[in-house]
Design a binder for this molecule. Structure first.
Ligand code: ATP
Ligand code: MG
Length: 726
């Protein structure tokens, strides 16, 4: 058996990779460029520790950059050696910190039912706090406050540890930070940065707990180490305790998250801070063709601050990198679409294509063209299921039922669906909460007991508190999915969306149903998670942390669209990088700052090295930005590619029918409001003749409510509906 495992583990590995897997009694740095098998080595090393060295799954902790990568690792280990991997701790820093805090909530000074809030909730809470403190919200924005707070937490700094130089700037931010933290503590809310800081403080302040984990985790493995921040580094440092059991895997050329506090220098620090470090360099790339790899190496050589590497491949030379100069974003999207069609016609699969861009907003035109041409696509890491409005509403009910002190959930649903509790009433509640340093729920009860407001307010508030209390008492002992189903119904959310009766509300209802399915599936799996918690609380935390998979992120045969940042660690046979323009990529902000420009270049390196066989770069001459036409120069990164590896594609049919048609479409988009009017007659290919009775939205997204014959009334998105004016 062991022999078979050894065979599977070492099959198809090079000598350096094998060495990295087998080496013991040292701290290990695997420093290597893209596609050299770093992640593969990490996975195979875990398999080797388990099956050959007989390490217990219990003794292993592995840190990945995304939840998806964590699932993938578990899956691949199981495939290699067929061992139960449930007891290995694999996850992101946030996921692991959360797990730790759940197990030791008392020592971490948290309520048992503490709730994790995402950035969106954090921002909303901050907006309200800034308002309630009477601070000028235009100058002291919630966004900046969030950066300040998260940045301090990432550096391990609580408000009392921040030096005040008597300037208004720090004192104001500090005031916001303090108030925010007080409210979070009162409400049992934990933001993402807080997870890391608490987990760090837990080990720092409770040596017996730390020792327990030091004894337990004799094997620590961390992927993508170049993007760790200070608090993550400090956490690992605490765990390590001078032991030689850490393997870090990283590539300084792929550090792309400094704007979020990541410290590229952590790799060098590791060499100094940890004893007995052995560095292994992997130099063979197994992912990309010679042309792609040579281009990536050449581009990154323009960066000055590098640890330096020598990456080679014995793959084929491959096709040159195609570079297309598009007329505008429509032409660019059509070009991408045509290439995908050609790829498909030659037998390629859609799921093997990825379109990468610098900013999320760039996906819109691409999506339109893919939709119009019935090419299935998936936005990777786009608006995630659990970030959708309707899901957040439903989850907020679940949250408030599980913890009445959850102010963020309270604010979200007190008037959703509308129940006559307006901003004024809310302000009264907030004021009482602030003055008495109590939560909004407690403040509401105070108002109800004192009867100092109008009868109307009292009765609306009473209805709300009674609803929440009865939702809890009526559903506590139900299985999670039935509980969720009942809460979505009885809270009035279903009814609210049913009444809206438009395309959007239909999707929202579908999503709410999907949420119920998701709770059902979660309850089935729950035994692999934390057995101490009730399923509802556990479900809530895992959904915020993005650990729960749902229909949307399972693999399908569809083109993947994503930002360059989200593409880290992935690989695809065919890759497009669109929007290669000065001012977009690299961003305008990075032009004057060499450090930032180097980070943009690393991002370009990450993008290029995602491609296995074919890479296509596109830029536009003119692009619409916020309703204006902006002219662009090609990205400097294009000029930094070796001339012999690229091929410029000529525009052949500049004004092909399709492009003309899109120009026309665009003009129509700009004038949609004038183009369609209530009372106008139209012809639809399936529903026949109809009359426009209502319209909402503007520009491209305009939706028309049309009455067809026999009282058949429909909401249609104008651009996709194929209707003609008659
Ligand atoms: P990145 O820096 O992008 O995260 P990486 O260094 O982690 O890349 P992997 O993703 O582990 O690289 O591997 C890249 C590709 O090369 C994968 O498809 C992997 O299966 C393959 N690969 C790695 N090592 C070998 C090998 N020795 N023989 C064949 N294929 C290999
Ligand atoms: Mg990797």
């Amino acid at each position: 058996m062991v022999l078979m495992h050894i065979f599977n583990i070492f099959k198809n590995l090079n000598e350096k990779q094998r060495e990295a897997i087998e080496i013991l009694h040292c701290n290990l740095l695997i420093l290597a460029g893209a596609g050299s098998g770093k992640t593969k080595v990490l996975i195979h090393r875990i398999a080797w520790l388990l099956s050959v060295k007989n390490c217990l799954p219990h003794s292993i902790i592995a840190v990945t950059f995304t939840n998806k990568a964590a699932n993938e690792i578990r899956y691949r280990i199981k495939n290699l050696i067929d061992i139960n991997t449930n007891n290995i701790w694999i996850g992101t820093f946030h996921g692991l910190a959360h797990r730790l805090l759940r197990m030791h909530y008392i020592e971490a000074n948290l309520p048992k039912d503490f709730h994790v809030i995402d950035n969106d909730d954090q921002l909303k809470l901050l907006k309200k706090i800034i308002k309630s403190l009477n601070i000028n919200e235009k100058k002291w924005t919630a966004q900046k406050a969030m950066w300040f707070i998260n940045n301090k937490k990432d550096l391990g700094l609580r408000p009392n540890k921040i030096k005040i130089y008597n300037n208004l700037l720090t004192t104001t931010w500090l005031k916001i930070y303090k108030t925010y933290q007080e409210i979070c503590d009162r409400s049992g809310l934990v933001d993402f940065s807080e997870l890391l800081l608490r987990a760090y403080e837990l080990w720092l302040n409770q040596p017996y707990i730390l020792n327990q984990y030091r004894k337990r985790f004799t094997n620590v493995l961390i992927d993508e180490f170049q993007d760790t921040n200070s608090i993550q580094y400090a956490w690992i440092y605490l765990l390590a305790n001078n032991n030689s059991n850490i393997m870090i895997v990283g590539d300084d050329d792929q550090s792309i998250y400094s704007w979020r506090g990541a410290k590229i220098e952590n790799i060098q620090r590791f060499l100094q801070d940890f004893p007995n470090v052995i560095t292994i360099r992997l130099e063979q790339n197994y992912r990309s063709t010679k042309n792609i790899l040579k281009s990536a190496n050449h581009l990154i050589s323009y960066n000055k601050n590098r640890m330096g590497k020598n990456l080679w491949t014995n793959k084929k030379i491959g096709e040159p990198i195609s570079i297309y100069s598009a007329l505008n974003e429509f032409d660019e999207a059509l070009f991408v679409k045509n290439n995908i069609k050609t790829w498909e016609n030659k037998g390629g699969k859609l799921k093997d294509c990825a379109i990468l861009y610098r900013n999320n907003t760039q996906s819109r035109v691409l999506e339109d063209i893919l939709l119009q041409n019935s090419i299935s696509y998936q936005i990777y890491n786009g608006q995630r299921f659990f970030e959708r409005k309707e899901i957040k509403d439903a989850i907020a009910y679940l949250r408030l039922i599980s913890n009445r002190n959850d102010d963020a959930a309270f604010e979200r649903i007190i008037n959703t669906p509308t129940r006559g509790i307006g901003e004024q009433t809310l302000n009264i509640i907030r004021k009482i909460a602030n003055e008495n340093k109590i939560t909004l729920w407690k403040a509401t009860n105070k108002i109800l007991n004192k009867n100092t407001v109008t009868h109307y307010i009292i009765s609306s508030l009473k209805r709300f508190t009674e609803l929440i209390n009865s939702l809890e008492s009526n559903t506590t002992n139900m299985p999670l999915h039935i509980q969720t189903h009942k809460i979505i119904h009885d809270s009035g959310l279903f009814m609210m969306y049913q009444k809206e009766q438009n395309e959007n509300s239909k999707t929202r209802i579908e999503n709410l149903k999907e949420l119920i399915t998701s709770t059902y599936q979660f309850a089935l799996k729950i035994n692999i998670y934390n057995k101490n918690l009730i399923p509802l609380q556990e479900f809530l935390s895992y959904s915020t942390l993005g650990i729960i998979e749902n229909k949307q992120n399972t693999t399908q045969n569809s083109v993947k669209l994503m930002t360059l940042h989200s593409a880290k660690g992935l690989e695809f046979p065919l890759v497009f990088i669109v929007g290669m323009e000065e001012g977009i990529f690299p961003t305008k902000m990075s032009w004057n700052e060499n450090i930032q420009l180097e980070e943009e270049r690393r991002l370009a390196y990450v993008g290029i090295t995602r491609a296995m066989y074919k890479l296509i770069l596109t830029y536009t001459e003119v692009r619409s930005l916020y309703g204006k036409k902006v002219y662009y120069q090609p990205s400097r990164f294009i000029n930094e590619l070796p001339k012999e590896c690229i091929k410029k594609i000529k525009k052949i049919n500049i004004l092909s029918n399709q492009i003309q048609c899109n120009y026309l479409n665009k003009e129509i988009n700009n004038n949609y409001y004038n183009y369609y009017k209530i009372g106008q007659y139209i012809q639809h290919p399936t529903f026949g003749k109809g009359i426009i009775i209502n319209l909402i939205g503007d520009g491209k997204n305009i939706k028309l409510q049309i009455k067809f014959s026999k009282n058949n009334i429909k909401w249609l998105v104008a651009i996709y509906s194929n209707i003609k004016k008659i």
